[in-house]
Design a protein around this ligand. Structure first.
Ligand code: PMV
Length: 304
C-alpha cells in the first residue's frame, strides 16, 4: 500500500476574485489529509467512514477523473482527514492531491518528481466537484507555505518577512464552494458594474497585502484583512457566524479577521501579533472551535 499526504490551506486574500483572474494569496497548513492506495478489482474511495466511490455518483465521477488523468488501473483508496471538510480549508483539493500522490506511488512513480501529473489529476478531481475552480486550492495544498497565485501565471513564492501567526476558527456549518462561486457569478450577471468594482477593490487589497507580507507590516496586513472581509460581505458571502467569529477575534486582539475560502459558512482566519492563545481562548469561551497555524515562505517555490 502506498501513501500520499497533502495540506489543507487558508486563502489570506483574494478568494472569489481569483476565479475572475485577479491574484490571491494563500498558505498551506501543516495539517491535511493522508491517502493510502492499493490496486483493487473495483475502484473505491473511502473518506473516513464515508464511501465516495462508487456510492456517491459525483464522488465516483471525480475519482474516475483522477484515475483517468493518471492512466491508472482500478485502485482502492482510503483517506484519513485532519481538517474539517467543506469549511474553506481546501479539504476537497487536499483529498485530490493526496489521492493523486498515493496513486502515482502505487504506479511505481515518484509523486515529487511528477508534480505536474499530480496537479493535473487533482485539477480534474476539482473540476468534477466545482465546475470552474481557479486552481489555487490544489497549488496551496501541494506546495505549502505562502503563495501568490493567478489563474494565468500559476503559483509564485512570496517572501515572508515575519512569520504569520494565524488563528483559524470553524465558525459555521460547511457550505458548497460550487454554490457560493455560482452565487457570485449570478450577482455579476445581474449587477456587473457593482461586482466588477468590488473585484477591482479586492485586486488592489491583494497587491497591498503582498507588500505588507514582504515587508513585515503586520498591523497593516490585519487592516487589509478586515477590508477584504467587508468586500466579501458585500458579495453576500458572509454569515452571522462568520461575522461573530471575526468580531470576537478582533476584540481579543487580532490584527484582522476574515472568512477564508468560499464563505457562506465554514472558517474564519485571524491574524495575530504572534500569540494566537487569546483569540483561541475567546473563541473557545463562546463555543467556537479553532486552531493555530504558522505561515512561512513556500519551500522550493521561486520568488520572482
Ligand atoms: O472553500 P474553498 O476551500 O473551496 O475555496 C475556494 C476558493 C474560491 O476562490 C472561492 C474558488 C476558487 O476556485 O478559487
Amino acid at each position: 500500500m502506498t501513501r500520499g499526504f497533502a495540506r489543507g490551506k487558508v486563502i489570506l486574500f483574494g478568494e472569489h476574485a481569483v476565479v475572475y483572474g485577479t491574484p490571491a494569496i494563500a498558505a498551506g497548513l501543516e495539517r491535511g489529509v493522508t491517502a493510502h492506495a492499493e490496486r483493487s478489482d473495483t475502484a473505491r474511495l473511502m473518506v473516513g467512514e464515508r464511501c465516495l466511490a462508487p456510492d456517491d455518483s459525483l464522488g465516483a465521477r471525480a475519482f474516475e477523473a483522477i484515475l483517468d488523468a493518471l492512466g491508472a488501473p482500478s485502485m482502492r483508496v482510503t483517506i484519513d482527514v485532519e481538517i474539517p471538510l467543506g469549511a474553506g480549508l481546501g479539504g476537497s483539493a487536499a483529498i485530490g492531491v493526496a489521492t493523486a500522490r498515493a496513486v502515482v506511488a502505487a504506479q511505481g512513480g515518484d509523486p515529487d518528481l511528477e508534480s505536474e501529473r499530480v496537479l493535473g489529476a487533482a485539477d480534474a478531481w476539482e473540476r468534477a466537484f466545482h465546475g470552474n475552480p481557479s486552481g489555487i486550492d490544489v497549488r496551496a495544498s501541494a506546495l505549502g507555505g505562502c503563495i501568490w497565485y493567478t489563474r494565468d501565471g500559476g503559483p509564485r513564492g512570496l517572501r515572508v518577512a515575519r512569520e504569520l501567526h494565524l488563528a483559524v476558527a470553524i465558525a459555521g456549518p460547511p457550505a458548497s464552494t460550487r454554490e457560493m462561486v455560482e452565487s457570485v457569478a449570478q450577482l455579476k450577471r445581474q449587477r456587473p458594474d457593482t461586482v466588477d468594482k468590488c473585484l477591482a477593490g479586492i485586486d488592489s487589497l491583494v497587491h497591498n497585502a503582498r507588500a505588507c507580507i514582504e515587508e513585515g507590516h503586520l498591523a497593516d496586513l490585519g487592516k487589509l484583512m478586515d477590508l477584504n472581509q467587508m468586500l466579501l460581505a458585500g458579495l453576500f458571502l458572509s454569515t452571522e457566524d462568520i461575522e461573530r467569529a471575526c468580531r470576537v477575534a478582533r476584540e481579543a486582539g487580532a490584527l484582522g479577521a476574515k472568512l477564508t475560502g468560499a464563505g457562506g459558512g465554514g472558517c474564519v482566519v485571524a491574524l495575530t501579533d504572534g500569540d494566537t492563545a487569546p483569540v483561541l481562548a475567546a473563541w473557545t469561551a463562546r463555543g467556537i472551535d479553532g486552531f493555530g497555524a504558522r505561515v512561512r515562505a513556500a519551500p522550493g517555490v521561486a520568488v520572482p
